[in-house]
Every structure is written in structure tokens, then in C-alpha cells.
Design a protein around this ligand. Structure first.
Ligand code: ATP
Length: 235
């Protein structure tokens, strides 16, 4: 008997106003997996994450988290169910220091990491504990945005392009952070454009095109599918 997936999305359709963006998306993420959504700009990756969080105009289909239907729930209740969302713009408060930013989101469930644990895991953040958001590099802001979710008790992290705009050495640090989070039993669904990076962190990859999932590739098959993936991603 296999456990049901932590997240199971079926026949998901989503709209922004009149604009119909997702056309029957299906995705499964099992407990402890790191899964990426790959695809070109405009393929619907961000909209998929926003749909999970209830941040689109309208959505239909099914989004089951721990077997509970999320469609019809408000965003705050979806967060309370244990899903944490880190948007592309990261949402770090410039006037607050690192510790204040970490403490900001409410704890929604038991089982989150406490501040000492977070600082022990991510010493770069500890070094910057008293630095205001404005003084952080892009990479530090990204780490902080991810670490902040770990405190809330969320078990599923939705990350939108965590490596966007970061230098290669920082991208490696973000990769190490995601692997650490996985070790700790968190589950991650992330949007990526950088498929080399995706290969270093993920168990499986979904490819999206025009608001649909068009392929699923286990990470172990990535190398043998490079040409096909290049075609999808236009690289
Ligand atoms: P990107 O990496 O560019 O964000 P993506 O795969 O995440 O690409 P989405 O951002 O999900 O793609 O966009 C999917 C489609 O939805 C695009 O055609 C986009 O123009 C449209 N779209 C996105 N946000 C909105 C919005 N707020 N209102 C109307 N249309 C939108």
C-alpha cells in the first residue's frame, strides 16, 4: 500500500478575469519530495502556485492537500492547512531586520522549526540577524524568505524561481538549502527556469506549456532527455 500523495492536483483550470490560463493541470507531490515545474515564460507555472494558494480570480478542479480539498478555501485557511508560499518577489520587509522578518508570519501549525534551529541550519542568516532587509543581498533575501516559512509549521513549500537573478555560487547555496529542507522532511514544489539547477535538487520534474502539463520526467531520466527538454524550454 502506498500512501496517498501529500498534494494531488486534478483537472485544475484557472482564470484571471476573462483570461483562461490553466487548462486541466494534473500534478502529484509525495511527502518528502522536491518537484519542479519547468516551462517557458507564460506557461502557467506561477499561476499553478497561485492557484494552490487561492490567489487567482477563479479556479475549478481539485487541489487535495493531505486529502483535504483546497478549492473553495480562502488563502489564509490554505496557509493554515500547512502550505507556505514564497512568491518570486520574496516579500522581505526592508525596514525589519532578519530576526524580525523571520518572526513575522504567524505559526499556523505545530512542527515548525524554532529560531535557534533555523540559525543553526543557516549560519549565513545568523550572521545577518540584526541586518535590515535593505542591507541583504538577493541570495540572503531568498534564504530568509524560505527560512521564514519553515517557522510557520507549513509542511509543503511552494517556491517561485528561488534562483532568479542570483550568481552561480549563491544558486549553489540555495540548492544546498533546499536539500537540507528535504532532509528535514519538508516537501517542496518549485518553479524553475534554470534546469541545471532543477537537476541538482529535484526528484521529479513536470513540464508545462500553454497552461497544461505536457510531460513528467524523473530526475534520473533528465540526462537522457536533455534534447527533448531543451525543445520544451526553448534553450
Ligand atoms: P513566468 O516565468 O513568466 O511567470 P509562468 O509559466 O509562471 O511564466 P504565468 O505567470 O503563470 O506563467 O502566466 C501564465 C499566463 O497568465 C500568461 O499568459 C500571463 O500573461 C497570464 N497572466 C499572469 N498573471 C496574470 C494576471 N494577473 N492577469 C492576467 N493574466 C495574467
Amino acid at each position: 500500500t502506498t500512501a496517498p500523495p501529500l498534494l494531488k492536483i486534478d483537472a485544475l483550470e484557472a482564470w484571471y478575469g476573462e483570461s483562461h490560463v490553466l487548462h486541466g493541470v494534473g500534478i502529484e507531490v509525495r511527502q518528502g519530495e522536491v518537484v519542479t515545474l519547468l516551462g517557458r515564460n507564460g506557461a502557467g507555472k506561477t499561476t499553478t502556485l497561485r492557484s494552490i494558494m487561492g490567489l487567482v480570480g477563479r479556479r475549478t478542479g481539485s487541489i487535495a492537500y493531505e486529502g483535504r480539498e483546497m478549492i473553495g478555501l480562502r488563502s489564509d485557511l490554505i496557509a493554515r492547512a500547512g502550505i507556505g508560499y514564497c512568491p518570486e518577489e520574496r516579500g522581505i520587509f526592508a525596514s525589519l531586520d532578519v530576526t524580525e522578518n523571520l518572526m513575522l508570519p504567524p505559526v499556523v501549525r505545530a512542527g515548525g522549526l524554532d529560531l535557534p534551529t533555523i540559525y543553526a541550519l543557516f549560519p549565513n542568516l545568523k550572521e545577518r540577524a540584526r541586518s535590515p532587509g535593505t542591507k541583504l543581498s538577493g541570495g540572503e533575501q531568498q534564504m530568509l524568505a524560505i527560512a521564514r516559512i519553515l517557522r510557520t509549521g507549513a509542511r509543503l513549500l511552494l517556491l517561485d524561481e528561488p534562483t532568479e537573478g542570483l550568481a552561480p555560487v549563491i544558486v549553489q547555496q540555495i540548492g544546498a538549502m533546499i536539500r537540507e529542507i528535504k532532509q528535514r522532511g519538508f516537501t517542496v514544489l518549485l518553479v524553475e527556469q534554470n534546469f541545471r539547477f532543477a537537476q541538482t535538487v529535484a526528484d521529479r520534474h513536470y513540464v508545462m506549456e500553454h497552461g497544461r502539463v505536457v510531460d513528467m520526467v524523473p530526475n534520473s531520466d533528465m540526462a537522457s532527455n536533455v534534447e527533448r527538454l531543451h525543445e520544451y524550454l526553448g534553450v
